[in-house]
Design a protein around this ligand. Structure first.
Ligand code: ADP
Length: 306
């Protein structure tokens, strides 16, 4: 089975639907409310596990009720918890999320224990990283932790998939150890300083990232799918047309799926089509981790779409 180790954040999402976004100082009545597992790390881990990946999570939770809930959620998804650590003095991360009637969202994250995930934690998890086919990392963990995880994986010859979200500038020393980088258009712009609004602009930004040492750049383009750029070619892999209900976690669905496809050694364009299909299904449902589709649904969807 394809082995994927995810190093990243674990939150509890607290989601309120709202007819519209409030303005400063305003209180409005919204609802319904629901809570569930979240954090880019957990979302991507759940996405990969539901597609059949053998997933290990490297993360930090608090020793509070949300932490117990988050650990229980991971266990229920069949994700390995050996490298999930618990902080005594920090709370489990939470994300306060508003989703309006158009499916757009506004999010504030209180990182809590996620901010304590350390390079030492990553070193304690080295066996799980080195045994993986693919390591999947995001930027909701401290940068030194991200760097150490990428370094351990790269030195062991494990494929490094870095989803640079939320966007922040990245050092060339890190980018040189990344096999596949998956920014959305905003993140590509933050990392490169180049506008990436159109597919043509995105391709220029992707080439700048290749020049800085990344192996393959995949820029996600929302409903339009993704642009795949390697040293030898650029290819636009079209997205799937669906009725989007809640786009929270679209990028997470895409990355979890891409990790599975790459660990199964699917050809690149095929892997990206698979990831587009998984993300398209995910946006048709409310929630982030909760909305991740299962393998059988994705296969049926791809047959229907083809
Ligand atoms: P993020 O969620 O990180 O902002 P994108 O908006 O680029 O990233 O979306 C990631 C992926 O999710 C896209 O590459 C695409 O496959 C899928 N996706 C996003 N929005 C839609 C949509 N409205 N319809 C179909 N697929 C979508």
């Amino acid at each position: 089975m394809a082995k994927i180790t995810v190093v990243g954040s674990a939150n509890i999402d607290l989601v309120v639907r709202t007819p519209r976004m409030p303005v400063k100082g305003e209180t409005i009545l919204g609802g319904p409310f629901f809570s569930g597992p979240g954090g880019k790390g957990v979302n991507q881990a759940v996405g990969a596990a539901r597609l059949g990946g053998d997933v290990t999570m490297v993360a930090r939770l608090g020793q509070d009720q949300f932490g117990d809930t988050a650990a229980g959620n991971l266990r229920q998804e069949g994700i390995r918890l050996d490298c999930v650590y618990r902080s005594v003095d920090a709370h489990t991360g939470i994300a306060s999320i508003l989703v309006d009637s158009a499916g757009e969202n506004m999010i504030v994250v209180a990182s809590g224990a996620n901010a304590e995930l350390s390079p030492a934690d990553v070193e304690s998890s080295a066996d799980a990283i080195m045994a993986a086919d693919v390591i999947l990392v995001q930027l909701e963990s401290p940068m030194a932790t991200v760097q150490r995880a990428v370094e351990i994986a790269h030195q062991a010859g494990v494929t490094v998939l870095l989803n640079p979200a939320p966007g922040r500038p990245l050092a060339d020393a890190l980018l040189r150890q990344v096999d596949v980088l998956t920014p959305n258009q905003t993140e590509a712009q933050i990392i490169t300083g180049l506008v990436a609004g159109t597919p043509a602009e995105a391709e220029i930004a992707a080439r700048a990232l290749l020049k800085r040492g990344v192996g393959i750049v995949i820029i996600t383009l929302g409903a339009a799918g993704a642009l795949v750029v390697t040293a030898t070619r650029a290819e636009h892999v079209a997205g799937f047309t669906v009725d989007a209900v809640d786009t929270t976690g679209a990028g997470d669905a895409f990355n979890g799926a891409l990790a599975v496809a790459l660990s199964e050694r699917q050809p690149l364009a095929h892997a990206v089509t698979f990831a587009n299909a998984v993300a398209a299904l995910q946006v048709t449902r409310q929630g982030a981790a909760a909305a991740m589709p299962r393998r059988s649904e994705v296969e049926a969807f791809l047959l229907g779409a083809g």
